[in-house]
Design a protein around this ligand. Structure first.
Ligand SMILES: Cc1cc2nc3c(=O)[nH]c(=O)nc-3n(C[C@H](O)[C@H](O)[C@H](O)COP(=O)(O)OP(=O)(O)OC[C@H]3O[C@@H](n4cnc5c(N)ncnc54)[C@H](O)[C@@H]3O)c2cc1C
Length: 424
């Protein structure tokens, strides 16, 4: 087992970090200023995208890219440390065409789109010409259990007609968002619960699609949005069905593995940044005759943060490796675990950093308040922690069932003690 990144990954990490330092970070202030002025995406975004592409830093996430598709064909394990670098600056992923939820959506289209769907949607997504969103959750039902989803699709002549309401659709307010992948109910009550849902490709400008609001996450509005969307008798051609009718669940599973690795590594990047900010602050803030760094409790916060970040990173990298190895069953439990571990990590590490910064830590003057909010959101988005913990427990119990009785020899019951084998 080699814990070093390969020389190629190290080289790419260095190249990406240099690109971020040289071209992206200097625009951070301008990005926030532009968004505050209501200009989104900022005018320099397209130039940065073109530059990143020309430097070979484009579509870094999709291992199975075909020869005629633009991108770098990195494995999940190779891409993960790059996602960590991008995560430190939440708007940076767009520069490299590596933003959520597009990465997951491109993955999905890559696996299941017809040649026509490919041409219409996947190609412009890979080129960075459009953005997309994934619409699953609904206000009227507990969406942790997607078998509840009610948004309906019915066939009418050669068309598919969609009606329902979705919410928290990330990315739908981005002006370039042209595609919604909508999880909808297509089967009746007689159909098996996990075969009742399908995925439909819906253009954002289809008649009947209304973006009702961009929902704030704990008072924080993002310009790309977490949106509530109503579909009123939206008609699309039958060719807009993605994959097989009734295969929505199976396809959703395929989408979530690598996407979670990306989320988790971006989170780890934010936690590393929070830890660096915390350390630097403790070295300069002076009170009660010493620096904050000299207080034992602060040193403990720093050490705990380092331990927790490194533990989390190792687990995420193992999940990425298992996905690459095609160990899908084992990867599934890992992917559930990392989602819980990194969301907790983010709120814990960032909370310590906010405390070290005092009141400033809660203001928008540092990125900490945003990071904490995102960590809190992570405990829900892509399914709440409880659902993932249940998956981990199920995998553990399945193993225990298989090996049932294997622990018996570790018991020392009174009758075993009486029947102890003689040594000589
Ligand atoms: C920032 C953000 C972005 C999001 N982006 C998207 C998006 O792009 N697309 C999209 O479709 N959705 C998105 N969501 C929605 C998210 O996926 C749902 O909120 C999530 O799946 C939970 O569904 P729910 O809100 O209906 O909660 P419910 O299903 O009503 O669950 C409520 C609570 O029940 C408990 N619970 C649920 N299941 C179990 C269980 N098995 N065991 C024990 N307790 C349980 C949990 O505590 C859970 O929080 C986003 C959410 C946020 C906050």
């Amino acid at each position: 087992m080699d814990f070093e990144y390969s020389p190629q990954v190290q080289e790419r990490r260095q190249r990406l970090q240099e690109f971020v330092d040289r071209y992206v970070l200097p625009y951070n202030g301008a990005w926030h200023h532009s968004v505050a002025q209501g200009v989104f995406p900022p005018p320099f975004m397209e130039d940065l995208k073109a530059l990143a592409r020309s430097e070979g830093l484009w579509n870094l996430f999709l291992p199975g890219l075909r020869e005629d598709e633009p991108g770098e064909r990195l494995t999940n394990l190779e891409y993960a440390p790059l996602a960590e670098i991008m995560g430190r600056l939440p708007w940076a992923s767009e520069v490299f065409n590596c933003s959520a939820p597009d990465t997951g959506n491109m993955e999905l289209l890559h696996l299941f789109a017809t040649p026509e769907q490919n041409q219409r949607w996947l190609r412009p997504l890979l080129e960075g010409e459009i953005r997309s969103a994934f619409a699953m959750s609904e206000p009227d039902v507990a969406s942790s259990d997607p078998t509840n989803l009610q948004t309906r699709m019915r066939r009418e002549g050669g068309a598919l007609v969609l009606s329902g309401r979705k919410w928290f659709v990330t990315g739908a307010a981005h002006p370039n968002c042209k595609l919604l992948i909508v999880m909808c109910r297509s089967g009746d009550d007689e159909t098996a619960r996990h075969a009742r849902h399908s995925m439909l490709l819906v253009p954002t400008d289809a008649p009947g699609v209304t973006l009702e609001r961009n929902i704030a996450i704990m008072q924080h509005h993002t310009p790309e949005g977490h949106c509530e969307i109503v579909f009123r008798e939206v008609r699309v051609p039958a060719g807009n069905l993605l994959g097989q009718e009734g295969a929505g669940f199976a396809m959703a599973q395929a989408r979530l593995g690598p996407g979670r690795v990306h989320h988790c590594m971006r989170t780890i990047g934010q936690c590393e940044l929070a830890l660096s900010l915390m350390c630097e602050r403790t070295l300069e803030r002076h009170l009660f005759g010493k620096y904050l760094a000299d207080f034992a409790n602060v040193q403990e916060w720093i050490a705990e943060s380092r331990l927790e970040i490194d533990q989390a990173r190792l687990l995420v990298l193992r999940a990425a490796w298992r996905l690459d190895q095609g160990q899908l069953e084992r990867a599934r439990a890992d992917v559930a675990a990392i989602k819980v571990v990194t969301a907790r990590l983010q709120t814990r590490v960032v909370n310590r950093a906010m405390q070290v910064f005092g009141a400033m830590g809660l203001s928008p003057d540092t990125p900490l308040a945003y990071f904490w909010t995102w960590g809190r959101a992570l405990q829900l988005l892509d399914g709440p922690d409880e659902v993932h913990l249940r998956s981990v427990a199920r995998a553990e119990l399945a193993q225990a069932r298989e090996k049932r009785g294997a622990t018996a020899a570790y018991f020392t019951l009174p009758e075993q003690l009486r029947a102890a084998p003689r040594i000589r």
